[in-house]
Design a protein around this ligand. Structure first.
Ligand code: 3PG
Length: 391
């Protein structure tokens, strides 16, 4: 993990052109409001640069959430319009059907309302190309590990470039790409959150590379269930316990220490008046594991303090509820205080930093990507970054 990267160059002028720009404005929403605008704000430099070039037309594409090919009104990208218009200072037209109008700047509906986006369907790729761009810009670093239609469908068809955010992320992360599969002394990977299926490939990649792995959040619940603990009524993924067991075995054979919670903060539900800290072996029935407990926090902090490099993605519990936020707050603060290399990423992690008022400047880099950051660091090829002329 040594810095040696060449800074990539910027994309050429879009003057007079029709441009499609794929951004990742997968923002967290609560009651129809954006709770953390970081991903929108991080996309502004590219959008502003393109607009300054006076393109003939600018089409903005993004997804929000995982609607799985269905129209889910709460996940409409319409929610982004006021923020975009305020910051860009231009009128932005909204398009529901991914077709072009005459408007100079157009924001399109959530790409994942259309099944062809995630399946990378040729007909859907052709539909997107129907916007007739003369240039395609990928500024969605956070989605660049996905071979989705909007991420790869323009490659080889029109000149494709990396946007400023992609360039910034690549510049910041490339010095830390894991060079080969061997244990890096002092490297700790901290994983949390809920998306087990996106964490499994990454856990496999970092097994035999990280010296220590600290696992919290709902991901840990699945591991605990795999080890035979009763998860009670906790969120966990029963169909993934075999994968979890396999990862634990691989880790043991390859010298990576995996640390799971030894105690947890539980309640019968997020609103339940009774909250208690319990050893994991005492969880049962209606109890839900909603945060890591104080003993786990202490031992995770200890490992973090003795690490020389930390890669973190995902929260330790349901940190959007103050009663279950301590684990995330304590662990993120401990990482922020570490004087080694500290990389943190993912939508939920960004939101937690903001919510807990932890200064992002304390980290070596705060990445807009979660899964994308981990896959990039593990050296896996990123479909969305291939074929970009300025990378
Ligand atoms: C993210 O939030 O990490 C990106 O927007 C990608 O989302 P996904 O994991 O649902 O593909």
């Amino acid at each position: 993990m040594t810095p040696d990267a060449e800074p990539p160059s910027v994309f050429p002028s879009a003057e007079g052109q029709c441009v499609v720009v794929r951004v990742d404005m997968n923002v967290p929403l609560e009651g129809g409001h954006i709770t953390d605008p970081t991903r929108v704000l991080e996309s502004l430099p590219t959008l502003q640069t393109l607009l300054n070039d006076e393109p003939r037309q600018l089409h903005i594409l993004t997804h929000i959430g995982r609607p799985k090919g269905r129209r889910v009104p709460e996940l409409s990208t319409r929610v982004l319009l006021p923020l975009l218009e305020e910051h860009l200072g231009v009128k932005v037209a909204f398009r529901e059907d991914l077709t072009a109008s005459d408007a100079p700047v157009q924001l399109h509906e959530n790409l994942r309302f259309f099944a062809g986006e995630e399946s990378n369907d040729p007909a859907f790729r052709a539909q997107l190309r129907g916007l007739s761009p003369e240039k395609y810009v990928n500024d969605a670093f956070a989605t660049s590990h996905r071979a989705h239609a909007s991420m790869v469908g323009f490659h080889g068809q029109v000149p494709c470039y990396a946007g400023l955010l992609v360039l910034k992320e690549v510049r910041a992360l490339s010095p830390y790409v894991i060079p080969e599969k061997r244990i890096i002394p002092g490297l700790t990977v901290v994983l949390g959150g809920a998306k087990m299926e996106t964490k499994i490939p990454v856990l496999r990649q970092f097994t035999g590379v990280a010296e220590q792995m600290l696992i919290g959040g709902a991901v840990a619940n699945t591991f605990l269930a795999a080890q035979g603990y009763d998860p009670g009524s906790s969120l966990y993924e029963a169909e993934m316990t075999d994968d979890a067991m396999e990862i634990l075995l691989q880790a043991e054979q390859s010298g990576t220490g995996v640390h799971l919670p030894v105690d947890v903060r539980c309640a019968d539900g997020l609103e339940s008046p009774l909250v208690l800290d319990a050893p994991v072996e005492d969880v049962m029935g209606s109890m839900q594991m909603l945060d890591i407990g104080p003993h786990t926090i202490a031992s995770f902090r200890e490992i973090i303090a003795h690490s020389s490099a930390i890669i973190c993605n995902g929260t330790m519990g349901v940190n959007t509820h103050p009663r279950f936020a301590a684990g995330t707050r304590e662990i993120f603060t401990a990482i922020a205080k570490n004087s080694g290399t500290t990389l943190i990423g993912g939508g939920d992690s960004l939101e937690a930093l903001q919510r807990e008022d932890i200064d992002p400047q304390q980290f070596s880099h705060v990445c807009t990507g979660g899964g994308a950051m981990l896959e990039y660091l593990s050296g896996k090829p990123m479909p969305g970054l291939q074929g970009l002329e300025n990378l």
